[in-house]
Each structure stands twice: as C-alpha cells, then as structure tokens.
Design a protein around this ligand. Structure first.
Ligand code: NZQ
Ligand code: ZN
Length: 386
C-alpha cells in the first residue's frame, strides 16, 4: 500500500429533511452567494425551502443562476465578481456536480487576485477559499465530499480538473429524496460516472491494497444493484440513498488513498466534453468497455478476472474467458440495462477529425496510469468507441 494522508473535513448531513442544516451557514457569516443551475431546484421546491431556512438563520442571499452542465469559466468569473463586489462570506451550491464545481472555483477565486482560470490550470495557486456548502441534487460526481472541480473554456475546447484542500466543502446536505426528480438519462449517466470513479481506483498497479480493493468491489456491486432500481422506480428511497452514498465514497479518497494510480478514462472523456460538450457520464460509459478491451493482456488479466468474479459473480477457471465476460457484462449493463448511448455517434459525434489532438492532450493527462496509454492507444480507443 502506498503512503497517504487521509482527511475529509466535510460534515455530511444525510437523509430526509437534512436541508434544515442550512441554518449552519450562519457560522460563516451572514452574506452567502447561492449558486444553482438551469432551474431544476425551483421546479422541485428546494429553492424555496433553502431561502426560507437561510432567511430564518439571518443569512442574506445573492444569487448566481444558470451554471451549465460542463460549467464554464465565464460563469465562474461572474460569480467571483459578485463575491468581490458584495463582500460575500460563503458560497452555497445547490445542484449537481457542475454547480458544486463552479462554486468551488468561485469560492477560491473570491480570495485570489488574478483570473480564476489560473486556479483551473494550476491548482497550487488555490490556497484560500471562502467556506463552501452544498445541497446535492444528483448522485454522480462526488463533488459534495471531495476537493476537485472541473471547469471548461469552450472557446478553447479546454476542460480541466483542478483540486485543492481549500475547495473541500465545509458541509454538504445529502437528501436522497432530492434525486427523485433526476431524469432517466441523468440517473444512468450518474451511475456510470460513480462506477468509473471506482474503476479508476480499482484498476491499479498497487497489488497490496486489499482494503481499498474490497471497498471498490462493494461499491460497484451496490451501484450495479441500485442503478436499475432507480431507473425503474425513481422515488425508491433506498436505491437513491445507496447510489448517493456510494458516489460520495467512490472519489472522496476512501478507495483511492494508498492505492490509486493516475486516472486514464477520465482524461479521455474530458476531451470529448471539451470538444463536443457531451454529458460526462455518457462519455465514460462509451469509453470504459473500449478501454477495458484495449488494456486487457497477460499482465492485467488477473485484475479483470477478479473484477468479473467479485462484481458480476462470473464462474470459471479460465481468467481470459472470465475477463472477456466481465467486459461484456459491463457493456450490457451500461447500454442495455441502463439504456445509455452505446457509441460516440449516438451522442452526436459524427467525425473523427479531432481525435488526434484530443488523444495527445489525454495522453499527457494519463501519464502514470494503470496501463500507460500513448496518443496512438487513445486514438484506437476513440475509434473503437466510435
Ligand atoms: O441545471 P439544473 O436545472 O439544475 O439541471 C441539471 C442538469 O441539467 C439536472 N439536475 C440536477 N439535479 C437534478 C436535475 N434535474 C432534475 N432533478 C434534480 N434533482 O441534471 C443535469 C446535469 O447536472 P450536472 O450538475 O451537470 O451533472 P453531474 O452531477 O453529473 O456533474 C457533471 C460535471 O461534474 C464534473 C463533470 O466533468 C461535469 O462537468 N465532474 C466533477 C468531478 C468532481 N468534482 O470531483 C469528478 C467527475 O469525474 C466529473 O468530471
Ligand atoms: Zn467522473
């Protein structure tokens, strides 16, 4: 097991009615920036409830709405300006990963003298941030309990992740009932995203990390069990609750610390989103089986066979046969059980003209991964997924 420091300072308030904990924002002052997306929080009543609780706690609210899926740096800049102009003391994100990610960089940008894009390109510049609070409405990214944020500049076809200790939320509200209104499409994409976070940690060259490996297998079985239940019964509380809590643990360090190598499917997907603005979880679902097939070899077969046996319950003594069946099961789960788009054409990517440029950028981002990938490897994976 590698050496590590594990510290998650986020207070999690989980369950029905947990939004009452928004009164705790008063510990950070009385002027909050409320950040949200395209309006789902108004349709499902969370917005009114949050404003009521904040009002009672004496917290004054300035709003920044319209955070895009794949949040843009331009929106982050507007948020930073509001914080500086209005003397904002804390940032409250209500929404999915995009809203929380934008809020993190806004909170750091508020205490930074330069352009917040600097904080995206160089995380070491993010040393201070306003306190960040979140109310999670979509189980997927784990942003509610991690230090990461992913921000895009679509004018340059760039989407980069950043992360710093100061960007970990102080407190997050996780009420599974808030995810009842998440669409089938986003429920499936969220499940694929949390599974991919688990895979990125699970497929590692570090062979001595039993605890992390067993946690990963438990998380994956939980996701495989509950994703389809949430699709069939959007208001099944336990399915939504299990997905929500599993997603947080897939990326908060629990299964990565001491075990993980550099990630590699995520850098490939971030290029797809940067060039084509596709949904993150859909890109991951499309790339994952193609990546698994590409990296399966005599060196890796034992890992994929273990995945097949422990997660999918596949029987058999031949490691290669089990590994191939495990990849087929993964494919079937995403594209049939969860009804996700099965290839890049299905998400509107109709030509391969950017693959070389994207692959070069993704190769730089995935150095030191489970199986190091060259630009040519990644072009092959994009083509296989096309
Ligand atoms: O904008 P609104 O109106 O709120 O609608 C959103 C959006 O259209 C909707 N939605 C959210 N909660 C809902 C809901 N609709 C109905 N009911 C609800 N309760 O869902 C749509 C997608 O929201 P978004 O926040 O974009 O989704 P997600 O949580 O999947 O976040 C994706 C972003 O997170 C980044 C991705 O790259 C992408 O930009 N990631 C962040 C990570 C992190 N911070 O650690 C890691 C991930 O790997 C990922 O890269
Ligand atoms: Zn992800």
């Amino acid at each position: 097991m590698y050496d590590f420091t594990f510290h998650i300072p986020t207070r999690i308030n989980f369950g029905r009615g947990a939004i009452s904990h928004l009164s705790e924002l008063a510990e950070s002052g009385n002027k909050a920036l409320l950040v949200y997306g395209g309006g789902s929080i108004k349709r499902n009543g969370i917005y009114d409830e949050a404003l009521r609780i904040l009002g009672e706690a004496g917290v004054e609210v300035t709003e920044l709405s319209g955070v895009e899926p794949n949040p843009r740096i331009q929106t982050v800049r507007r948020g930073v300006e509001l914080c500086k102009e209005q003397g904002i003391q804390m940032v409250l994100a209500i929404g999915g990963g995009s809203t929380i990610d934008a809020s993190k960089v806004i909170a750091a940008g508020a205490l930074y003298d330069g352009d917040p894009w600097d904080l995206v390109l160089d995380s070491s510049k993010a040393v201070r941030a306003l306190p960040i609070y979140s109310v999670l409405t979509l189980a997927a990214t784990g942003s509610e309990m991690d230090c990461f944020a992913v921000i895009s500049d679509m004018t340059k076809n760039e989407k980069w992740g950043t992360g710093a200790p100061c960007m970990v939320p102080t407190m997050s509200v996780l009420d599974p009932t808030y995810t009842f209104s998440v669409s089938r499409r986003q429920t499936a994409a969220g499940t694929a995203d949390m599974m991919s976070h688990t895979f990125e940690n699970y497929f590692t060259r570090e062979k001595g990390a039993d605890v992390q490996k067993e946690f990963c297998e438990g998380l994956l079985r939980t996701m495989v069990k509950n994703g389809p239940v949430a699709l069939a019964h959007p208001d099944d509380y336990d399915a939504r609750a299990n997905l929500m809590w599993a997603a947080s643990h897939a990326i908060n360090g629990l299964v990565g610390a001491g075990s993980a190598n550099a990630w590699c499917v995520h850098p490939m997907e971030h290029e797809l989103s940067a060039f084509y603005d596709i949904t993150h979880g859909e890109g991951l679902a499309i790339l994952t089986p193609a990546w698994m097939e590409h990296v399966l070899s005599v060196d890796t077969v034992a890992d994929f066979a273990r995945y097949g046996r422990r997660v999918w319950g596949i029987q058999g003594l031949d490691d290669f046969a089990v590994a191939h069946e495990a990849i087929a099961k993964t494919r079937e789960f995403f594209f049939q059980t969860m009804g996700m788009p099965a290839n890049l054409r299905a998400v509107g990517i109709t030509d391969d003209k950017n693959f070389e440029v994207m692959a070069q950028k993704a190769a730089d981002g995935s150095k030191g991964s489970y199986v190091p990938l060259t630009k040519d490897d990644i072009v092959e994976i994009y083509r296989a997924a096309f």
